[in-house]
Design a protein around this ligand. Structure first.
Ligand code: NOJ
Length: 529
């Protein structure tokens, strides 16, 4: 038994419910579909499933626009379907965390429907309203992440409401105690039902400057750059008080034993900002603040090594790192760094010290799908041309019709790679990406050094990165060649060891660490004697 909690030692797997498995032929994945695939997920060797939003929603932002925090959207099923999924997951030793979206509700939520009735409606102050400027323009220069101003005019009441994302996603006013109460009660609703925790959407955005000051312009922004970065989001999020508010949310989670929350904090490569969302040991905030650095940084040895060193130094002793290589908002790993290095990245992800997050389909080595601009569904894609649909296309089960995802018309086109990159084909291929993930996950689970041991970065000539993981008398060495040339590595003080896995899945056995050659794009895991 480990002394560490499950959310530190286990591997997380992000399920995108719309795209995992459809059970009723409507072309959209659903909860019974997920339940029918739990054997696959448990067999993969992950410990925790994070389900992207499944609450009631008009789906303008595919569930990140919630219209009822205490119900399942009929597209995904019913509360009974959810209870069945949770029970079946738990029976297989899998935990389940839900996506909680506190920053905004759908404008279809009954709270907003009431709020927009009149300026003196009791729910008015549940959202953020402001008068137009004298010329009728929005109250300040804040910009939506999906393009255009972050304000939408409500003609009936003559004020703007704030929407940091889609106009149908109205930002809640977390300074109103009644909002806090209602949202915390929604968390309790699911915690009582037995969920193991939450991934909390844009957690740092919940508080904005009460004076609604203009954001400063970004001096580095040039015409042609993405217009949403024209301003630096200094006042429209992360306002003073945010850490106290997150700590209050954490206290709600802590009312229930053994639950956790992982915060979607800002995308940043600044470890100090990342770890600030752990809070303090007396006043903890997120159990895990997401570390998105490896989505943002170039995949080169000096950069990767340097970030790991700085991040390890910044994470408090009572905290625990996280590593994320992809999610439903980003280009897929293979598209970003190529199929060969994606295998090296898998060894990185699953042997580095911290909680790994696997994005659905990463284990199959999937690149982005293909979606023509006229078929874009994602509001960000429609408005800005940068479509998240490409990473959200249906999961690949087999080489048959619609890759086994649906008997109907899939909500996004199936990617053409499904013919070779699918579970059925990769299952029987001893060198496939799926086989690599399964082997790595099994090794990680079997060896405490890999899931909870200490980590020491070694001095190695770049572009090879090396580290040791140690626990008790177990010692593992990870060697990663981040280049496409062979490199001879020498760690003579380590003696010899046994290669237990190469990312090429074609060699094992004893190796002399005084002289070991890594082939191009190869990583190896060595068990030291
Ligand atoms: C972050 C989520 O990951 C993204 O998908 C969503 O569009 C925004 N937050 C708004 O909720």
């Amino acid at each position: 038994m480990s002394a560490r909690p499950w959310w530190q030692t286990g591997v997380f797997y992000q399920v995108y419910p719309r795209s995992l498995q459809d059970s009723n032929g409507d072309g959209v994945g659903d909860l019974p579909g997920i339940t029918s695939r739990l054997d696959y997920l448990a067999g993969l060797g992950v410990e925790t499933l994070w389900l992207s939003p499944i609450f009631r929603s008009p789906m303008a932002d595919f569930g990140y626009d919630v219209s009822d925090y205490e119900d399942i959207d009929p597209l995904f099923g019913t509360l009974a379907d959810f209870d069945a999924l949770l029970a079946e997951a738990h029976r297989r030793g899998l935990r389940v965390i839900l996506d909680f979206v506190p920053n905004h509700t759908s404008t279809a939520h009954r709270w907003f429907q009431e709020a927009r009735q009149s300026r003196d409606n009791p729910k008015r102050d549940w959202y953020i309203w402001a008068d137009p400027k004298p010329d009728g323009s929005p109250p300040n220069n804040w910009l939506s992440y999906f393009g255009g101003p972050a304000w939408t005019f409500d003609a009936a009441t003559g004020q703007f409401y704030l929407n940091n994302f889609d106009p149908s996603q109205a930002d809640l006013n977390w300074r109103n105690p009644a909002v806090k109460q209602a949202m915390f009660d929604a968390l309790r609703f699911w915690l009582r039902r037995g969920v193991d925790g939450f991934r909390v959407d844009v957690i740092a955005a919940m508080l904005k400057d009460p004076a609604l000051r203009d954001n400063p312009l970004d001096p580095n922004w040039k015409p042609g750059d993405n217009p949403i970065w024209r301003v630096r989001r200094v006042y429209s999020e992360q306002a003073p008080g945010i850490h106290e508010l997150i700590a209050e949310m954490r206290a709600v989670i802590d009312e229930f034993p053994d639950r956790m929350m992982v915060g979607e904090i800002p995308y940043t490569t600044d470890p100090a900002l990342q770890v600030s969302f752990f809070g303090t040991q007396d006043k903890p905030e997120a159990h895990q603040p997401f570390n998105f650095a490896f989505i943002m940084l170039p995949w080169t040895a000096p950069v990767v090594r340097d970030f790991i060193a700085r991040y390890n130094a910044a994470v408090p002793a009572w905290g625990w790192p996280t590593y994320v290589l992809g999610n439903h908002d980003q280009d897929r790993l293979v598209t970003r760094i190529g199929a060969e290095q994606a295998r090296v990245a898998a060894l990185f992800l699953l042997t580095v010290r911290g909680a790994p997050y696997i994005w659905q389909g990463e284990e199959l080595g999937l690149p982005n799908g293909e979606v023509a601009p006229e078929d874009f569904q994602d509001p960000q894609g429609i408005n800005l041309g940068i479509s998240r649909d490409l990473c959200r296309t249906p999961f690949h089960w087999n080489g048959g019709p619609n890759t086994g995802f649906t008997t109907g018309k899939p909500w996004l086109p199936i990617a053409s790679t499904y013919r070779t990159l699918n579970v059925e084909a990769e299952d029987v291929d001893p060198r496939s990406s799926l086989t690599l993930y399964r082997r790595l996950l099994a090794l990680r689970r079997a060896h405490p050094a890999l899931h909870e041991g200490t980590m020491t970065l070694l001095e190695t000539p770049l572009p090879v990165i090396a580290w040791l993981r140690e626990q008790g008398d177990e010692r593992f060495l990870t060697l990663l060649n981040l280049s496409d040339e062979a490199h001879l590595v020498s760690h003579s003080t380590l003696g010899s060891g046994e290669i237990v896995l190469s990312t090429a899945l074609d060699r094992e056995g004893m190796a002399d660490l005084a002289s070991i050659t890594l082939r191009p794009n190869e990583g190896v895991l060595v068990k030291l004697g």
